[in-house]
Design a protein around this ligand. Structure first.
Ligand code: ADE
Ligand code: ZN
Length: 393
């Protein structure tokens, strides 16, 4: 009754006081919610940044950022890409799709000329990977793109290898190298690349295939080259970029005929239920790369990653060409993916666990890397059974 009297129509002042209180309380709740969300975001970002990581899909040539490309172009007296803006323009004006990207990529990599250029590119890349808490990297390089410009395999490889050795020492990262043949070049050229690598076989862990277009250049084209690389002791991997004509058919070829150990990208597999089952049962991992271009609202293929992960496929996240995509290096990409997909800490840890599961190392070495991730998860109160999606005993 007192309240009724207090708020009686005549008592306008009291009505005003109530209204003011409601407004203030509402404002307080909104601010509290915002600051809680902000703290949560900051906490998630720190969790992802500091997570120990494995990077399995990264092209040395794609790590060159616009500033580096233009500096090298000027140092090497080239008459293109003489400013970072030239490089940015070329990136933003490129044709859509993989081929548009590759025509920029294949031009930008030409600024690498001397052994020192390759050394610096590798060493500086490892410095950035260390800042991303990457503790293991399988690094791609494209030999034919350099030999076809008159740079010998020995010349550029020794630069990369020196950068690798010194970077490993300086930053404590384990680095393995994967040479990639270009699927658009001839079989003969791929064989020559394999032969040129002969002297460095012990320093190269894997033999891969990249570039494009994929349509018209299926894995079967290189069946004998892959078989020879396998006999020579390399692990095998190959690119199957997303949204490419016939990519599902090509992934089947890579699984059944070429018998790749790993597949780069490969997210189109989500469109074929039998293929999803085959990848899971044969434990073939996909090194996904949901990059974000400037024009994309968010990283691509989040739904495919979630669906593959929910179906038990070993799918992981990687940066591909971090100098050339807005998604950048792995910490940033993981933040973008987590935000877009609203993944939990356990989900993000599982995507990284998949990368460690995919390493071409002994079980013991893999276990030691996985234990680092496990310790990190525990320190961040992430329940390991939720990461592995197994029931606790
Ligand atoms: N070379 C560098 N990045 C590539 C990609 N995403 N696909 C094929 N070839 C590449
Ligand atoms: Zn790639």
């Amino acid at each position: 009754m007192k309240l009724v009297r207090f708020l009686s129509r005549k008592n306008k002042k009291n009505w005003f006081a109530v209204w003011l209180n409601v407004v203030v309380m509402f404002g307080f709740l909104v601010t509290a919610a915002q600051s809680y969300a902000g703290e949560n975001n900051a906490d998630m970002r720190a969790f992802l940044e500091q997570m120990p990581k494995a990077e399995l899909h990264l092209h040395l040539e794609g790590s060159l950022d616009p500033q580096t490309v233009s500096r090298l172009a000027n140092n090497n007296d080239l008459n293109f890409f003489n400013s970072a803006d030239d490089v940015k323009k070329s990136l933003s004006n490129r044709e859509p799709g993989l081929n548009g990207f590759l025509s920029h990529y294949n031009k930008a990599l030409q600024v690498l000329k001397t052994q020192d250029d390759f050394y610096n590119a590798t060493y500086e890349l490892l410095r950035i990977l260390d800042q991303n808490n990457i503790i293991y990297v399988d690094l791609f390089f494209d030999p034919q793109e350099h030999t076809r410009r008159g740079i010998s395999f020995d010349e550029f490889f020794n630069g990369i290898d020196k950068g690798r050795i010194e970077g490993e020492k300086a930053f404590g990262i384990k680095v393995n190298l994967i040479m990639c043949i270009n699927r658009n070049l001839s079989v003969q050229s791929a064989i020559e690349a394999l032969e040129q690598a002969e002297n460095y076989k012990d320093k190269i862990i894997g033999f891969g295939m990249d570039s494009g277009p994929e349509y018209g250049n299926p894995p079967l084209k290189f069946k004998d080259v892959f078989a020879r690389a396998r006999r020579e002791g390399y692990y095998l991997t190959g690119h199957h970029d997303v949204h490419v004509q016939d990519s599902v058919k090509h992934i089947w070829q890579s699984l059944d005929i070429i018998k790749l150990d790993r597949i780069d990208h490969g997210l189109d597999a989500v469109n074929d239920a039998e293929l999803v089952t085959a990848l899971r049962e044969r434990n073939i991992c996909l090194t996904g790369s949901p990059v974000k271009r400037t024009s994309d609202p968010e990283p691509q293929d989040i739904d495919a990653i979630r669906k593959l992960d929910d179906n038990g496929v070993c799918v992981s996240l990687h940066s591909d060409d971090p100098g050339q995509f807005e998604s950048g290096y792995l910490s940033n990409m993981m933040i973008l993916v987590q935000e877009a997909g609203e993944f939990s800490k356990a989900d993000m840890t599982r995507l990284m666990l998949n990368a460690f599961r995919a390493l071409w190392l002994s079980d013991e070495e893999k276990k030691s890397y996985i234990n680092k991730l496990k310790t990190y998860a525990a320190a961040n109160t992430v329940v390991w059974n939720e990461v592995t999606r197994t029931k606790s005993k």
